[in-house]
Design a protein around this ligand. Structure first.
Ligand code: RUB
Length: 313
């Protein structure tokens, strides 16, 4: 698969979910590096940056993608030869993917400890990190039941219920707007994240903020499962996360929309849940309250302020 194919699949959501997008992006850069035949190091680096920009333009919200690109291309400009640069990219891409997979295992181990025997959970969208916690709790023998939302307009809930059903977990499938109706019977809301800002706000699938607000009002705990590469370094400099607005045809067919000239369809794909509605963020480094998001960015993501400035000048 070429880098352009991967970019197209990410934009079209054939490859979706922040973790999968990041791993696909890392491997696309590695494969692309193997096809660039110039002997000039500067030309090679420029081509890799151009390729990175194609990937970065696919979906703007999941910060896992720029974090993966940054990880894979780190120090490439300092390589002495094209061969050295190519090897570095290959190694760093493999390391990113291995770390990402290992992070999921650790998140599952940490996150499942917060799920008690007899708990009823609610999850929204299709997050492999959130599902890893749920599956690990089930595998540990805990009797759990899960409410899964439909996730309009792209119905990622269907993917979630297939996984839950495959594991033999009793699941209730509900429309998004039924979340508050059932919230009093929910013990814990578990969701993933596309981005976590320096103040601990969580950007995730549209509807997450509404569910977290309902959970807050019902005094139900909200847990976010997210690898450290979902934390957004740029927010340390005050930059906001871009919320992707997708094609309105995902919500309402073009024919109907055209017949209603005074109606404008809106289709934001993500929303922002304030830290006050989040009880815990489970990362591969351990579980933290949202207030500690800043230290994750500084300590584990390993970006220095100088590096932010250089990378985003
Ligand atoms: C996916 C979504 C997921 C996060 C985390 O949105 O919001 O909750 O990406 O997923 P989309 P994961 O379907 O629009 O990509 O834990 O798998 O990284």
């Amino acid at each position: 698969m070429t880098l352009a194919d991967t970019a197209e699949k990410i934009a079209g959501m054939e490859i979706r979910g922040a973790g999968r997008i990041a791993r696909a992006g890392a491997l696309a850069l590695k494969d692309h590096a193997a096809t660039v035949h110039t002997k000039k190091r500067d030309a090679f680096v420029a081509e890799m940056q151009r390729a990175a920009n194609i990937l970065l333009a696919t979906r703007p919200t999941a910060v896992s993608l720029p974090n993966a690109v940054h990880f894979v291309l780190k120090d490439v400009a300092g390589a002495a030869t094209v061969g050295e640069a190519r090897d570095l990219i290959s190694r760093q891409a493999d390391t990113f993917v291995a770390n990402s997979e290992a992070a999921l295992d650790r998140i599952a181990a940490f996150g499942s400890r917060h799920i008690r025997d007899g708990d009823t959970l609610l999850t929204h969208c299709n997050s492999e990190a959130a599902l890893a916690c749920i599956l690990a709790a089930h595998e540990a023998g805990k009797e759990i039941e899960v409410f899964a939302t439909e996730v309009r307009p792209r119905n990622q809930g269907l993917l979630t219920i297939k996984t839950l059903n495959g594991a033999g977990i009793t699941t209730q499938y509900i429309v998004d707007s039924a979340a508050r109706f059932f919230m009093n019977s929910i013990d814990l809301v578990i969701v993933g994240a596309d981005a976590i800002t320096t103040n601990g706000a969580v950007v995730n699938k549209i509807g997450t903020a509404q569910i977290a607000l309902a959970a807050h009002e019902a005094r139900t705990n909200v847990m976010v499962a997210a690898e450290t590469y979902k934390f957004a370094p740029r927010t340390l400099l005050g930059e906001l996360i871009t919320i992707e607005e997708r094609d309105t045809a995902e919500v309402l067919g073009d024919d109907i929309t055209r017949s209603l000239p005074h109606v404008r369809v809106r289709n934001p794909a993500f929303d922002v849940t304030p830290p006050a509605y989040i009880d815990l963020i489970v990362t591969e480094k351990g579980a933290i309250p949202p207030g500690l998001a800043y230290s994750v960015i500084r300590e584990y993501l390993g970006w220095s302020i100088e590096e932010f400035h250089k990378a985003f000048e």
